[in-house]
Design a protein around this ligand. Structure first.
Ligand code: NAD
Length: 267
């Protein structure tokens, strides 16, 4: 039984990367379902503006900062009485720091240290620190739901950005492996795996180029549908693929025989 069902009226949610794209679309959706939505982002200017527009509460949070996570979660619990839902969604590509687009011909020898540390901090540390900070708060509430944004690049090879691909594989492995241990706390932990979504992360002009290449671009609102589905569906440790024009569907790995342990842990 899901700790969070279709009634969001008394629910408190934190959404990271909420100033833009998928995080903003999901913030809007949860607000429209009646939740109290705390919109966390490093982009204060945009975050404050959009939070005001949709009736959310903006907090500045760099998800790669473990200490800041604790302060933000404590603050939410003080102001709103607790926390029920966490959508750990903030993410960047290896090229976000420079504003470059995803390009063919990734050169590993030219990967700057700071770009590497930055993407690992946001896409991997951000999810681990986030889960670590929110689990005790959800447990106090008697349960809750956590959803992390991975990517279709979490289960396929994506040569334009192998580092991004590695971070999203990390999120997939973390979610699948941690989820069973949270069942006793009545906390579900799932991931959404979007295809290409029309947001700022892709860089200026990319969406248009992608469409020309025949890549179907997804409206962020469709990913919000997938997130609500992952929150309310009741299962845990699932990878919800969200592809253009399709309902969210669970991605399953092939079982690995001969290890002597279950390789697809059911939750
Ligand atoms: P976006 O750029 O529109 O939004 C990302 C938001 O994260 C921005 O508001 C940004 O300010 C914020 N952010 C960046 N670093 C942060 C940090 N350290 N702390 C807090 N916030 C931070 O992009 P989006 O497409 O909405 O991305 C959301 C998630 O979806 C990411 O994890 C991304 O990897 C994933 N995703 C995107 C696509 C796509 O095609 N757009 C596909 C699959 C997965």
């Amino acid at each position: 039984m899901a700790a969070v069902q279709n009634d969001f009226a008394d629910k408190v949610a934190i959404i990271t990367g909420a100033a833009s794209g998928i995080g903003l679309a999901t913030s809007k959706r949860l607000r429209s379902l009646g939740a109290t939505v705390v919109m966390a982002d490093v982009d204060e200017a945009r975050g404050k503006t959009v939070a005001e527009e949709i009736g959310g509460e903006f907090v500045r949070l760099d998800v790669s900062d473990a200490g800041a996570w604790r302060e933000v979660v404590d603050g939410i619990c003080r102001r709103h009485g607790g926390l029920d839902i966490a959508f750990l969604n903030a993410g960047i590509t290896t090229f976000s720091a420079t504003g470059e687009q995803l390009i063919e011909g990734f050169e590993i020898g030219e990967l700057p240290d700071d770009a590497y540390r930055r993407i690992m901090g946001v896409n991997v540390d951000g999810v681990v620190f986030g889960v670590r900070a929110v689990v005790p708060a959800l447990e106090t509430r008697g349960g809750g739901a956590i959803v992390a944004t991975a990517s279709a690049a979490g289960v396929i090879a994506f040569p334009p950005d192998p580092i991004y691909t590695m971070t999203k594989h990390a999120v997939v492995g973390f979610v699948r492996s941690l989820a069973p241990g949270l069942i006793a706390k009545h906390i579900t932990l799932n991931a959404v795996l979007p295809g290409a979504v029309d947001t700022n992360i892709l860089g200026a002009g990319f969406a248009e180029k992608a469409r020309e290449m025949g890549i179907p671009m997804i409206d962020p609102a469709q990913i919000a549908d997938g997130v609500v589905h992952a929150i309310t569906e009741g299962t845990t440790g699932k990878l919800w693929l969200c592809l253009a024009g399709q309902d969210p569907a669970v991605y399953e790995f092939a079982p690995v025989e001969g290890l002597g342990i279950p390789t697809n842990v059911e939750g």
